[in-house]
Design a protein around this ligand. Structure first.
Ligand code: ADP
Length: 172
């Protein structure tokens, strides 16, 4: 049941047609490198205008905007923890990114949500550990909530895709 609601896709999150894509933003919400830069480029400058009105976002929290020129209706901006050895509450903060993003998606009637691998780029979170948190937190959420109907994890490389598949098979 839950497994049917989770999909792992290799691709570019800016091209995905879902109700909401999640952005691995930084706390300013004013754009950055990696997936954040790609989302802002694809959405157009109106996204930055709306983000300016939000006055930033704390690590582990999430805020929502429209998707503008993206195929997605909404962008949920969440700020992942910077990896700092694993003893600075990183895992709890990363869990919060997923649970708060999903909660915000449900509040906005989003039936489908796509996540990138939050914190695993510039923020250096070890990939396998981050993947386990992403999937475990999502599974827990889906056990307790009827929505969203579909959660898609977007993998930017074949290697990421394989680790996500393996982790999902191990956990479910
Ligand atoms: P963070 O600062 O949270 O680490 P990054 O943007 O540096 O965020 O990286 C997060 C993940 O997003 C990385 O695993 C990276 O490979 C991936 N990524 C980068 N661009 C895209 C994209 N266009 N679509 C999906 N994933 C992407």
């Amino acid at each position: 049941m839950i497994k049917e609601k989770i999909e792992i896709v290799k691709g570019d999150i800016t091209k995905i047609e879902v109700d909401a894509i999640v952005n691995a933003a930084n706390s300013s919400l004013l754009g950055g490198g990696g997936v954040d830069g790609a989302i802002h480029r694809a959405a157009g400058k109106e996204l930055l205008h709306e983000c300016r009105l939000l006055h930033g976002c704390k690590t582990g929290e999430a805020k929502i905007t429209k998707g503008y020129n993206l195929p997605a209706k909404f962008v949920i901006h969440t700020v992942g923890p910077v990896w700092n050895g694993g003893t600075h509450n990183e895992s709890v903060l990363l869990e919060k990114c997923f649970s708060n993003s999903l909660t915000l998606a449900v509040k906005n009637n989003c039936r489908s949500v796509a996540f990138p691998a939050i914190s695993t780029g510039i923020y250096r979170y070890p990939f396998e550990q981050a993947t386990e948190i992403a999937i475990k937190t999502t599974v827990e959420f889906l056990k307790q909530n009827n929505f969203p109907e579909k959660v898609i994890f977007i993998c930017f490389s074949e290697e990421m895709f394989n680790i996500y598949k393996k982790t999902l098979d191990e956990l479910l």
